[in-house]
Design a protein around this ligand. Sequence first.
Ligand code: BES
Ligand code: MN
Ligand code: MN
Length: 455
Amino acid sequence: MMRNKIFEHHIRYLNELFDFLRIPSVSADSAYRQEVMHAAEWLCGSLSSAGLDKAEIFSTDGFPVVYAEKIVDPMYPTVLIYGHYDVQPPDPLNLWISPPFQPEIRNGRIYARGACDDKGQLYMHIKAIELMLANKDLPCNVKCIFEGEEEIGSDNLGKFIHTNRERLKADVVLISDTSIFSNDTPTLTVGLRGLSYLEVEITGPNRDLHSGVYGGGVANPINVLCRMIASLHDDNHRITIPGFYNDVLSVSEEEKTMMNQLPFSLEEYKDQLGIEDVCGESGYNTIERTSVRPTLDVNGIWGGYTGEGAKTVLPSKAFAKISMRLVPNQSSEKITELFIKHFTSIAPSSVKVNIKPHHGGEPCLTPVESQEYRAAAHAFEEVWGKKPIPVRSGGSIPVVSLFEKILSLKTVLLGFGLDEDNIHSPNESFRIDNFLKGIETIIAFYHHYAELKKI
Ligand code: BES
Ligand code: MN
Ligand code: MN
């Protein structure tokens, strides 16, 4: 049985994963450049050792793409595996119980930056393939494409996929970079939100000023920025950018019923987050607000004096990083344009506005009526004992729409994370049993998919 075989090797799997997690491959911060490159090399070596062929590092204008393949039989269906070896910055460091790049096991969980997002989940695939190869039981051809720029928007991946479209020919894409509702209620992600990310800069006077001598007479760019940001939502928490909702598709009653089947407890949700109440768009519940509705959030805001003590200063500049999550049929480029137009128009004449778009990604929806969905659902049922519920997730994975657009490929999102894994947060972790069950589910997917493709 596969479960026993996986268990037999699990100490080695964990040790190898720990080596991977020790490499601080933070793509957002140029101080870690060499480490991101190192992670690519490590991964390439790991693919070769697992028995894959043609493991190679392809450079791009950004961080490299790691590729490998195993063509077992040209008649077999081909599964294209995607994952990312870059991770989010680990800050704030002081909130980590154990250091982010010194993986540690506590309470059956692996604690490290990237444990779940996405090194741990990516590594399940390499071990699944290794095990099937060792058993001479790999029923599909596989091609792996692992990138190092997912957390910064996958800016160079479209070009790579386009240039290598022959090499990447496949029947389906398989990605483990999402989560399930809970181990008792497995879910299969069938939709992701898109993203528009921008940085805004508000400039007031040409230099920092004494806030007593000038205060009251000159626009304070931080005050102005706060007012501008506050005006982006109305009292119903709807976004006020003209045209923002124009392309939004409403969700069918049928899908609403389906998603509200989840045993979601608002009390537990609030408890876990330490909040007295939730907040969001009127007319929608928390599941809907975080999956099928578009949003706008400030991710960071700064300016003026933030050091110790007090300094009386009227700053020259204020900044904010703003993201908008998009839902199917909205276009990242269009929304970015609408934002820029609106944000510029609401600025008072006492300041100047400069907006720098960062990156974007398109939303996606994957069909539940497909062979690949059925294979994935079947695999879940077999390993987790329950039929998975199809759900849409609020996160974004820009590559999914690129695969669809450039290669006409559908994606299966076979993720095993949990909300309590704290991805992008201090003390990120991944349950060891989810890591091992994930390997088992992936192996089951290959078999069910190959079976369905035969007919
Ligand atoms: N793995 C996440 C996306 C995710 C997490 C989807 C949980 C569903 C459930 C991915 O690494 C991620 O964080 N993506 C970024 C987008 C990117 C363009 C910066 C995100 O969603 O913020
Ligand atoms: Mn991820
Ligand atoms: Mn992420």
